[in-house]
Design a protein around this ligand. Structure first.
Ligand code: GDP
Ligand code: MN
Length: 387
């Protein structure tokens, strides 16, 4: 959408253009990689470490923090340590950060999850996935092992970086006064977040927050042809079960006027990659946002991901200038990837943000063609070191 292109063009530039020798001259930032994982994901974790070490961390040596709601076994720890010379810490996520909060009715939440399973909502029937999303939405930054850090870079099992990252993105974020960095933005599966936008929107309204220009990135343009649920007058029901389950502590009834007839366009930063400032998550504003979202029960009665939560929080609390689009990072997670366009001679044949990535077969072919051309340019010394 034009508004998004404008945000990207007006407020955010690629940090480094062209190919550099790794610049390690400056001291490191106070930052770490954060990896939530389970023992059974060891192979995927190794793949990710190998990739980030090869393309970045063999020069920069940022530490890793591994978190798990269970206990990492010795094999996991030993193997991980084998693949990096950096400091590695392993931590456990306690029940206060994982699973049902004490104020929720477990029976109702479990029924809600079962229902999502029956409705084939992606991961909707998986209690642990709900817990994971809630942890990444409102808790990871409070984990004791992260207390000493100011910045983090999220890493997941089975991801891949394609290009050498020859500058320190944390330092660039700091220098440019950025708060949140992403490399892929995609559309959320509507059925996982039917009510999320009502609550985010209500938070914004109830706290008299005026958009600083980022909120619009998440709002469906009014002139878009509407499906019934896109009609500004369509009001999906509030998850009443939760309000009933928690009399007096649930979300206040939302004034229908409070939403200005706005609808969520489903856009969100894909949070499996994130470089961000922890103090933002630790701010009282983010905390209040999370608290309100959490109290609605949406992490259980719906399957709210941490990606739309982080994104809508940014929409409410941040400005376009606070966001950095790492368009120069070659990154892949499962079926969705982003190929960079930081070579001065060339632009990717599509718009940044939403259209920069896709699972669509046709576009993937385009991506492949792009890579072939990229390789040719690399031979000619124009591109960066991508493979
Ligand atoms: P997807 O990327 O949305 O398909 O979901 P993943 O299965 O990759 O999960 C997202 C992240 O959370 C990954 O880092 C997983 O390792 C982690 N994760 C998901 N579920 C659990 C869980 O039950 N326990 C732990 N310790 N980590 C989990
Ligand atoms: Mn994943």
């Amino acid at each position: 959408p034009p508004a998004i292109r404008k945000i990207s063009e007006d407020h955010d530039k690629v940090f480094v253009t062209g190919c550099l020798e790794p610049d390690t001259s400056k001291p490191r930032a106070n930052a770490a990689f954060v990896v939530l994982a389970r023992n059974k994901e060891l192979d995927g974790v190794i793949q990710s470490i190998k990739s980030i070490e090869r393309h970045f961390n063999r020069w920069y040596h940022y530490p890793y923090v591994f978190l798990n709601d269970g206990d990492f076994n010795q094999t996991f720890k030993d193997t991980v340590r084998n693949y990096t010379s950096s400091t590695v810490e392993f931590g456990k996520v306690g029940p206060e950060m994982w699973g049902y909060p004490e104020w929720i009715d477990h029976k109702i939440a479990k029924e809600g999850i079962a229902k999502q399973g029956d409705a084939a909502v992606m991961y909707g029937g998986l209690e642990s996935y709900h817990a994971m999303c809630r942890f990444y939405s409102g808790f990871f930054y409070k984990h004791p092992l992260l207390a000493k850090y100011e910045w983090y870079w999220r890493l997941e099992p089975e991801i891949k970086y394609f290009c050498d990252i020859t500058y320190d993105p944390f330092l660039r974020m700091i220098e440019s006064n950025k708060t949140y960095g992403f490399t892929i933005a995609v559309k959320e599966l509507r059925e996982t977040v039917p009510n999320i936008f009502r609550y985010a929107s209500a938070y914004k309204r109830l706290n008299n927050i005026t958009s600083q220009g980022l909120w619009e990135m998440f709002v469906e343009p009014k002139e878009t042809p509407a499906r019934p649920e896109d009609d500004p007058n369509f009001k999906p029901p509030l998850p009443e079960e939760i309000l009933r389950a928690e009399p007096g502590r649930g979300l206040p009834e939302i004034d229908p006027e409070a939403m200005d007839g706005e609808n969520y366009n489903m856009c969100h930063f894909w949070s499996n990659f994130e470089i961000a400032k922890l103090s933002w998550f630790r701010s009282k504003e983010y905390e209040a946002f999370f608290e309100m979202m959490d109290r609605s029960g949406g992490f259980w009665m719906e399957r709210w991901g941490d990606a739309p939560i982080h994104s809508l929080a940014a929409g409410v609390l941040l400005a376009p200038r606070d966001i950095h689009y790492f368009r120069d990072f070659g990154y892949r997670h499962t079926t969705i990837q982003h190929c960079p366009s930081n070579a001065p001679a060339r632009q990717l044949p599509r718009e940044p943000y939403l259209e920069s990535t896709t699972t669509d077969e046709k576009i993937r072919t385009e991506e492949d063609e792009y890579w072939e051309q990229w390789d040719e340019e690399k031979e000619n010394g124009v591109g960066c070191r991508c493979r």
